[in-house]
Write a protein that binds this ligand. Structure first.
Ligand SMILES: C[S@@+](CC[C@H](N)C(=O)[O-])C[C@H]1O[C@@H](n2cnc3c(N)ncnc32)[C@H](O)[C@@H]1O
Length: 299
């Protein structure tokens, strides 16, 4: 039967175009025993899904066959195993895609999420961390895929504590360290809702450098206009003399003054030092509407 499937796939690839095309639709039931399999041709990407676990010999034979399709106009082949929890993806051939910034690499994923795993507009923020982390205990709040952590560790931070409620993002974050040959024994990955986990975050305090990079609006998780002050209020108990804070906000409506006022009202021991420039290619006509990275220091 596997030969019939292979013939079908090759036939459907005969007139391959750049259009999204389903080249094997096992789910449709026409190929008995292959209901677990779909294959899509997406421009130069071959996207394969195993919905259920099948006989291991067939699975291996299929994978080997799929790898030969490289000669059919595909640069990359991704296999997603839906029968495994969290549906991990593996690259059958081609490059697993990553972004490179100042020599460090970050995994990208175009498969499951709206965000691709890396916020390119934060370049200047990462450069600030690189220049200010040596020997420091760093708290990375809303860490996502831990790009700040990678930078900090690479540039000699003593410890980095990453906190994000998304376990998947933290897993990619851990992989981002390995991608750069960085060991994670001085790195914590805490999968918690920050607003409800202050005692766990306090456990590793005091921090010398605190990064706050929340979403501006994530329904049910964080709404900057009402929740940002809850973070600023906690800075006293997380910091020590000279602690630096990089408070970020990427909201087109709330401006720089919004964050400064939060500090004046809730963390008076901190003084405002400067706002970081944005990377050239992310500058906008009205900088109030773009990313704001504000640096504060505890007296
Ligand atoms: C803008 S991204 C952070 C980007 C990241 N700092 C970077 O440099 O790539 C926002 C992150 O906040 C997380 N998040 C939102 N609300 C949260 C909450 N209440 N507790 C913990 N994490 C939260 C989301 O899971 C998401 O990963």
């Amino acid at each position: 039967m596997i030969e019939v499937v292979q013939t079908e796939i090759l036939a459907n690839l005969e007139n391959k175009s750049r259009e999204f095309t389903r080249i094997f639709h096992g789910r449709g039931g026409c190929f008995k025993g292959f209901e677990f399999l779909t294959i899509d041709s997406i421009d130069t990407l071959l996207f394969v899904v195993f919905f259920d676990k099948c006989d291991e010999t067939i699975e291996n034979e299929l994978v080997e066959f799929l790898k030969t399709l490289k000669t059919k106009g595909f640069n990359t082949a991704i296999l997603q195993r839906r029968y495994v929890s969290k549906a991990p993806s593996e690259v059958l051939f081609g490059e697993s895609t990553h972004a490179i910034e100042n020599g460090l690499k970050y995994h990208l994923s175009f498969l499951n999420h709206q965000n691709i795993g890396f916020f390119a507009d934060m370049k200047k923020g990462r450069e600030f961390v690189a220049q200010n982390c040596r020997g420091k205990n760093v708290l990375n709040l809303f860490s996502y895929t831990c790009s700040f952590s990678v930078v900090a560790l690479y540039h000699g931070a003593k410890q980095v504590v990453n906190v994000d409620m998304s376990k998947a993002a933290l897993n990619t974050g851990r992989d981002n360290h390995y991608l750069n040959d960085l060991q994670t024994n001085c790195v914590k990955f805490l999968p918690f809702n920050i607003l409800k986990s202050w005692s766990k975050i306090r456990k590793f305090a005091p921090y010398d450098l605190i990064i706050i990079d929340p979403p501006s609006f994530q329904k049910g998780s964080f709404i900057a206009s009402k929740d940002y002050s809850k973070i600023i209020r906690r800075l006293g108990e997380l910091s020590c003399e000279n602690t630096q804070v990089m408070a970020c906000l990427n909201d087109p409506i709330l401006d720089e003054r919004f964050v400064q006022t939060l500090f004046e009202e809730n963390a008076r021991e901190f003084v405002f030092e400067k706002r970081l420039d944005n990377a050239e290619s992310f500058k906008s006509l009205n900088e109030n509407r773009s990313l704001k990275n504000l640096i504060f220091r505890r007296k």
